[in-house]
Structure formats: C-alpha cells, structure tokens
Design a protein around this ligand. Sequence first.
Ligand code: T4K
Length: 401
Amino acid sequence: MRKTLAELALWGNTPLFEHLLPVGQMNLPPWEHFCVSFHKLFERRHYTNHGVLAQELEEKLCRLLSTRHALTMTNATIALSLACKALGLPVGGKVIVPGFTFAATVQALTWAGLKPVFCDIAPHSHHITPQTVAPLLETPGVCAILAVHLWGTACDVDGLTKLAEERGIPVFFDAAHAIGCTHKGVPVGGFGNCEVFSFHGTKIMTSAEGGCITTNDDDLAERLRNLRSSYGRRATVPIPVAGYGRFSEAQAAFGLLSLEDFPENCANNERRMRLYVEGLRDVPGIRFLLPTTGERHNCQYVVLEIEDREFGLHRDELVRILEAENIAVRRYFVPGMHRSVPYKTQFPQYVKALPVTDALCAKVMQVPSGQRVADEDIAAICGLIRLIQAHAHEVKKRLAA
Ligand code: T4K
C-alpha cells in the first residue's frame, strides 16, 4: 500500500505490483477439469466441424440466452462479418454504427464491403440511441443499424428496433460484452435480427478464442450455418460466399468449462466492482458506469470516467502513474473509430461529428478485474488513486517537470 507520493514507481521506485495486473485476465477453469475434458477430446480424435462439444455448448447457450439458435464461431469478429453477409447487406451499403466501440465492430463491416455511418452516443450510457441514430437514417444508402451493448448493459433495443422496422432495415447487436446480461428482465441474445457474443480470452465467459451468433430467425440461422461451413446434414441454403468461421472442439471444451464457472465468475466480478465503488467513494472527479439496477449483469468491465478539473489530473496522467505501478488500466476505445486509421481519412465527414464520443474518449478508463485480481489488490489500487488525487496539484507539477 502506498502511503506517500515519494514512493510512486514513476519516480523510480519498485512498482506496487510485482506482476502486471490486467483488465482482461483470463478466467481459467480448474486444471483438473481441463485435463479430464481434454483427455476425452484426445480419445475421440474429433477436433472440429461442429463436433459433440460444440453442439452441447450451443444447446446450453440457447437455454442461457433464451434463443432458438446459438451458432458458435471462431470469434466475434468473424461472427459479425458473417452476420453482415447472412443478412444480405449489399456491398457498398452503409451501416449506422457507434464510433465508440472496439475496432472489430467496424472492421467486420469493412470486411463485408459495407461503409460505416458513425453515430454519437449518450453521455451517461455510452450507447447510441434513437435520438442519435434518427438523423443518420437520412444518409443515402443506409441499409442497417449495428448497435453495441457496450460494457454489458443493453442499449435501447426497443427504440432502435422501432426505428429499424419503420425504415424496413435490419438491426443487429454487437453483444461481445453482454453474455448473461438482461434488458427488462429478458436475456440479451434474442433482440434484433441477431446478436453476436465474444468468448475471447479477455472475456468473462471464454473459450480462449471464440464467439457466437444468436437469433430466433430460422432462415437466418440456416444461412449462417452455411456461411460457417460444416453444417452437418442440414440442407444447403444459397449464400454468396463461404466464411469458414468454424469453432473447434478444443474451443468448445474450454467454453463449456467456462460456462460452468460463469455464475461464480460473475459474482466475484460483482464483488470486485463493489470494492472499487466503495474504495473510491467520494473521490472528486470519478464517476462509475454501473449496471442498471434490477438487471442481471456479468460485471466484466469496471468502467470509470475521470473529470480532470475535479480530479486535478487528466485521465492520461493518472494512467501513466498507474501503469508504472504495473496496473494495466485500459483506455477503451480511444480515440474512437471515427478518428482511427483508415476511417478518419476514408470518412472525414465524421471526424468532428461525434462530440460526446470525443469528450468521453478524453476521460474513460477501465481498471483491472477478473480472477487474478484479489480484494487486497483493489484496496491497494483505490488507496493509490486516493493518494494521487489528494496530492493532484503536486503530482501535476512533478509530471510536468
Ligand atoms: N466487439 C466488441 C465491442 C469488442 O469489445 C470486441 C473485442 C469484439 C467485438 C471482437 O471480439 P473477438 O473477435 O476478439 O472475439 C481486447 C481483446 O483482444 C478484444 O477481444 C476485446 N474486444 C477488447 C475490448 O479488448 P486488448 O488489445 O486490450 O487485448 P490484450 O490482448 O492486450 O489483452 C488485455 C489484457 O488481458 C492483457 O494485458 C493481458 C490479459 N490477457 C489477454 C489475453 C489475450 C490474458 O491474461 N490472457 C489472454 O489470453 O483487446
């Protein structure tokens, strides 16, 4: 625990943590469970092409997410790309998408030959809304809305679906963060035309690498199966391209173990989130983006906003100090996709068009959570942030020197 400013690692002292404390540390299943599962996999010698474990995982996901179909995929990026194709979005068409998202959301559109129409967000939810989307529907060539359930909280699915229906275009959701989360008590998974989840190593439910698409549309599911290839004995459905987004049995084995531990991992992350909130209570200039009360949430990300005037330091100054202490905080998704290569040059009309996203990009920050982050680590991180804030003026002077 740091007691004085003189102890900070940035001034050349030993970091507070010996090992890097990351935002997305993988939640590993118990080693013995892993060995049993992989031993069986070795015995079966069936490694891919929608094997028994992939089928079992899909059945379990359908139950968890209350959907008719859950199609496991190589990862969420491939799944989003294939979703664009399965929805029949025309090459050259435009899709309304937030600028404030991970690169993969927009890159999937590019892969499918689509163009982004970058949309601003609401400051308190970090989501696109019917109000921010509506004016963009006037853009010629708009053929779909791709919204993101950022940080696991569902965006305004009712409002966005209504807009899309009125316009006669599909709406689909990047639910990479939202496994196990609900909206008005209904699990995320069945909203819009389809939803896409990530099971990447940094996610709370993980298959090390992986993802899935959920839908209640039988026809869309068939097209997706054909795009993924290896659809078993089902009839083929005409599709323009093949995607080869197969999910291996090793991924499925990992995913099934992760699903078993999922409730416990969520509960532990909820406790970690609470410890941060309590540990940083009343610190000027810190706002948490918390899950909606009454909804189920996986608490995967602990998201903070640092208001520099009240806190006394800019978010980037705080990040510099924390990183020196081996606290690998993240600044997802700075600078926003509308200001990232290649989109800022391809679509310069959006660079200055997203003021809320720009303001958020200057203050948002995620702090370490997950299996490797102990309660005392959080106490030490909160103590450090308090110390820094209490001496913000002095720290700022030293950083500038
Ligand atoms: N849509 C949204 C909204 C997303 O956020 C993402 C992914 C996607 C779509 C696409 O999903 P996938 O195609 O990946 O399934 C990470 C992840 O790579 C990315 O999956 C995630 N979003 C994004 C928010 O964060 P980085 O660049 O921060 O990851 P990386 O590799 O630096 O990992 C962060 C920390 O986690 C590291 O400091 C160490 C730790 N870590 C990481 C890995 C990979 C582990 O402890 N074990 C691991 O295996 O992007």
